[in-house]
Design a protein around this ligand. Structure first.
Ligand code: FAD
Length: 288
């Protein structure tokens, strides 16, 4: 028995939105053995489970989660030649910084994205025309069944904010990335980070961009801005004045506030532009 199960933790502690109620069973995973033990426990019960990275792309419910939440904290980062290997719980932002500092290109965009490596692979996070999947080489994955699988990138199909892991049940334990020599990697990484600091409300509680950018149209932020919605509030949650695709939790906002604001934006943008905005964030209900 390696795991320390807890039942007093709240999702708000792990959410960049600062929203989310109590978790029925919570454990932190720091090794492969702990992950295997946790899945054995999940298989014995009928509870739903949720894998938590850095909680930067999720809207959790005020009613919490009536099941098992596993927080991935496998956070090693190691280099070998032109590859970097990272635990699923490692900081994606740190990975972007460390690779660029060593003169490796491919993950410069990651610096400033408050994700875990597992969460970035799961979401195929991206920015500035770079995506996580581009430099991804391999993923070590633990299926709910307890089977360990090593996925090669060539066997995985990714697209805009979509990964095959979104249709699987299990945990990304680690990922390896193949990097390219780039003398100006550090300069490029710093430029992207400065741009992010200038254009995003990084001092406020948010989950990044709430809506996916629609195809063949202006970006979601531009559409919301065009409808005059910057600054609009529902309860404690507002549309950021800095970036209209960011909803920010200013005064003890609730999951209901966020959902109502999302619905209001969708309705208004559809009415005024004919474009229906799909959420990019994962809306996690108490039952999964
Ligand atoms: C200020 C800010 C800026 C942002 N900028 C960007 C950006 O530029 N580009 C971008 O793409 N996103 C951006 N995001 C959104 C977010 O950081 C990404 O979607 C990120 O990939 C989520 O990673 P996470 O570890 O926080 O995942 P979480 O929010 O914890 O989880 C997201 C989903 O991934 C799953 N998951 C997480 N870890 C694992 C794992 N190890 N195994 C299996 N499933 C897992 C979860 O179950 C959940 O379904 C931003 C967010 C914020 C708050």
């Amino acid at each position: 028995m390696l795991l320390n199960w807890q039942s007093h933790r709240h999702l708000s502690e792990f959410s960049t939105f600062g929203i989310g109620g109590q978790i029925r069973f919570f454990a932190t995973i720091t090794t492969e053995e702990e992950a295997i033990e946790a899945f054995a426990h999940i298989r014995k019960t009928s509870f739903p489970f949720f894998i938590l990275g850095k909680g930067s792309n999720c809207l959790f419910d005020d009613a919490g989660f009536d099941g098992v939440v596993l927080l991935n904290r496998m956070d090693s980062i190691s280099f070998s030649e032109n590859f970097v290997h990272a635990g699923g719980g490692a900081s994606f932002s740190l990975l972007g910084m460390q690779t660029a500092r060593r003169g490796w290109g491919g993950l410069e965009f990651a610096s400033g994205i408050p994700a875990s490596v597992g969460g970035a692979v799961f979401m195929n996070a991206g920015a500035h025309a770079q995506e996580t999947s581009t430099s991804l080489a391999k993923v070590v994955y633990l299926e709910r069944s307890g089977r360990l699988v090593e996925w090669e990138k060539k066997d995985l199909a990714f697209s805009y904010r979509v990964s095959p892991f979104q249709k699987m049940e299990g945990m990304i334990l680690s990922a390896s990335f193949e990097l390219v020599r780039r003398d100006d990697a550090r300069t490029w990484q710093k430029t992207l980070l400065e741009q992010r600091i200038r254009t995003q409300p990084l001092k406020e509680k948010s989950a990044g961009c709430v809506f996916r950018n629609p195809k063949d149209s202006l970006g979601a932020g531009a559409l919301i801005d065009q409808c005059g919605l910057k600054g609009t509030c529902v309860g404690g949650v507002a549309v950021s004045e800095i970036h209209a695709n960011f909803l920010v939790n200013r005064r003890g906002g609730t999951s209901r506030d966020v959902l109502d604001l999302i619905a209001m934006i969708q309705e208004r943008v559809y009415r005024e532009t004919g474009v229906f905005l799909e959420p990019e964030i994962k809306i996690v209900t108490p039952h999964g």
